[in-house]
Design a protein around this ligand. Structure first.
Ligand code: ADP
Ligand code: NI
Length: 226
């Protein structure tokens, strides 16, 4: 066990941050609501207990990882770090710690099938793995269809093939159907998890999505002859 514990003052700071983030996410849809943040936080704390890393850094970064997501802020890319520095500064954290959290927040996102992940630290890897595990499995499927539904996208259109995006701009502006998102991101995540603990958890979440997509195509293509 590599579990760490937090001091009384760190717990107080963390609680203040939770209250603030929960308020900011009060009106967000189910694909990126407070419950997503809470699940990612729980996953990140669990991964830290198996893999090590700085628990306070991991806790703050997981709570702040979607604080200014381009899908929720009107399309500004890589803005989360700025908002993070501001929030942590206001809560009395020192600038060096805020900068470390901001670096993780800016680096966590999946930026396209053809865009490699840069991981600068174990803490970055853990927060990214936690966010990715919540994009996989049963909840991953629910989130994807909620996201597509909230933008009035079809489940699937047979003539619109998936893209392997090579830039964040191309990935983030793509508006195709929800089944494409499985091929463009969700089914790729298993091989883009960093830590052993996350890879172990990712196996069954991946299998469920694979089976789901296969059955989706079977049902879609039903003719009575097959
Ligand atoms: P990250 O969390 O790495 O920043 P994204 O912001 O691309 O990744 O996506 C987060 C989640 O939002 C996805 O896992 C999925 O649930 C949902 N989502 C994003 N883009 C789409 C899309 N085009 N279709 C369906 N769901 C999407
Ligand atoms: Ni997230």
């Amino acid at each position: 066990m590599k579990q760490q514990s937090l001091s009384e003052s760190q717990l107080t700071q963390l609680n203040a941050l939770k209250v603030l983030v929960q308020k900011r996410f009060a009106n967000h849809g189910a694909d990126h609501d407070w419950y997503h943040i809470e699940r990612v936080y729980q996953l990140a704390v669990f991964l830290q207990s198996k893999e090590g890393g700085d628990l306070m850094l991991i806790s703050c970064a997981s709570l702040l990882h979607d604080i200014s997501d381009h899908k929720l802020n009107g399309g500004i890319l890589n803005d989360g770090g700025n908002v993070t520095r501001q929030i942590l500064g206001d809560l009395g954290h020192d600038a060096l710690f805020a900068a470390k959290v901001a670096e993780i927040v800016d680096g966590v996102s999946f930026k396209g099938a053809g865009v490699p992940d840069e991981s600068t630290s174990l803490e970055m890897q853990i927060v990214r793995d936690a966010d990715r595990l919540d994009a996989m499995g049963a909840i991953g499927i629910a989130r994807a269809f909620h996201f597509g539904g909230s933008r009035n996208r079809p489940f699937f259109s047979p003539n619109q093939l998936p893209n392997q995006h090579t830039t964040f701009e191309a990935y983030s502006s793509d508006k195709s159907h929800t089944i494409n998102h499985f091929h463009e991101k969700l089914l790729l995540l298993k091989d883009r998890l960093h830590t052993k603990a996350a890879k172990d958890m990712g196996e069954s979440r991946h299998r469920l999505m694979e089976n789901f997509v296969e059955e989706f195509y079977q049902d879609w293509n039903f003719t009575g002859d097959n």
